[in-house]
Write a protein that binds this ligand. Structure first.
Ligand code: B12
Length: 232
């Protein structure tokens, strides 16, 4: 048995536990991550704090080492899987606000791109804020966004891209909405690590959102504007 196996998570203080969760996420240890999340919940941590400080914090470290060629795809997949285990525990808690439905969002990752952690996080936070979320998954061609937005009667279309090679596809989707004459029927929000404000403007999105918390605030603002316009 290695020293690692001897660590009893519940005996660590909060700070040590979060550090240990960073290591466990790095090592792709899903069960340990789930246990860590449960311990922090028992200690009274807010679900959103666990999400941002322990899980997203850990994933940031993984991201740096992936960028620097220290970690490779199989390891990052394991880390992502461990993160999803933790997110699954937090999801119902984040959605538990009981707020009235404030709007409906279709969200998906664009064609050619399979990254979904950020998208899932945005979806969870939006649900937590009272939005109804229709998740169309990854690798979505323009038709998927348009058809789903139409059939679901969505207010918001959210697109995610994590690759510099897939982010231009967001413009293809917006151009598709324009071609159908329905661009102004939807609030279009875009996000993903390689994007920025200028890119969002350049492709004709309504807003770029840096993270899930900003996505929620932005969605609320735009929904309020939409209602004002309708009643004007
Ligand atoms: C995990 C990961 C993977 C996992 C994905 C697992 C999964 N299920 O998602 C795997 C291993 C599969 C993977 C594969 C690849 N990856 Co990768 N991956 C990452 C990594 C390490 C973390 C991404 C992540 O989950 N971050 C955590 C989440 C919470 O953050 P986020 O996604 O940015 O989301 C937040 C915001 O951006 C925003 N947001 C995101 N989406 C949306 C949507 C809306 C509507 C809104 C409003 C907001 C919003 O809110 C989110 C929450 O706060 C990044 C590194 C990085 N720094 O981003 C590389 C990274 C994105 N990958 C990269 C690469 C190169 C690849 C591969 C091409 C590698 C390869 N050679 O095969 C493949 C691509 C496969 C494909 N076709 O998509 C590069 C991209 C470089 C570039 N310039 O394009 C990065 C930047 C790593 C690097 N520096 O080299 N990857």
């Amino acid at each position: 048995m290695s020293d690692e196996d001897d660590i009893i998570l519940s005996e660590l203080n909060d700070e040590e536990l979060v550090q240990q969760m960073f290591d466990d996420l790095y090592d792709g240890l899903k069960e340990e991550i789930e246990e860590g999340v449960n311990i922090l919940l028992e200690r009274g941590w807010e679900p959103y704090r666990i999400l941002t400080e322990a899980l997203v914090g850990g994933m940031t470290i993984v991201g740096h080492d992936f960028r620097d060629g220290i970690l490779f795809v199989p390891e990052v997949l394991l880390a992502a899987n461990a993160m999803k285990g933790g997110m699954a525990i937090l999801k119902p808690l984040l959605a538990e606000t009981g707020a009235p439905r404030v709007g409906k969002m279709v969200i998906g990752t664009v064609k050619g791109d399979i990254h979904d952690i950020g998208k899932n996080l945005v979806g969870m936070m939006m649900e937590g804020a009272g939005f109804e979320v229709v998740d169309i998954g990854i690798n979505n061609p323009v038709e998927n966004y348009i058809e789903t937005a139409r059939t679901e009667g969505a207010d918001i279309i959210g697109m995610s891209a994590l690759l510099t090679t897939t982010m231009p596809y967001m413009k293809v989707v917006i151009d598709g909405l324009v071609a159908e004459g329905i661009r102004d029927d939807y609030i279009v929000l875009v996000g993903g690590a390689p994007l920025n404000e200028e890119f969002g403007k350049a492709i004709g999105a309504d807003a770029y959102c840096r993270d899930a918390a900003v996505a929620v605030e932005t969605a609320k603002e735009w929904m309020a504007r939409k209602h004002n316009q309708m009643s004007a």
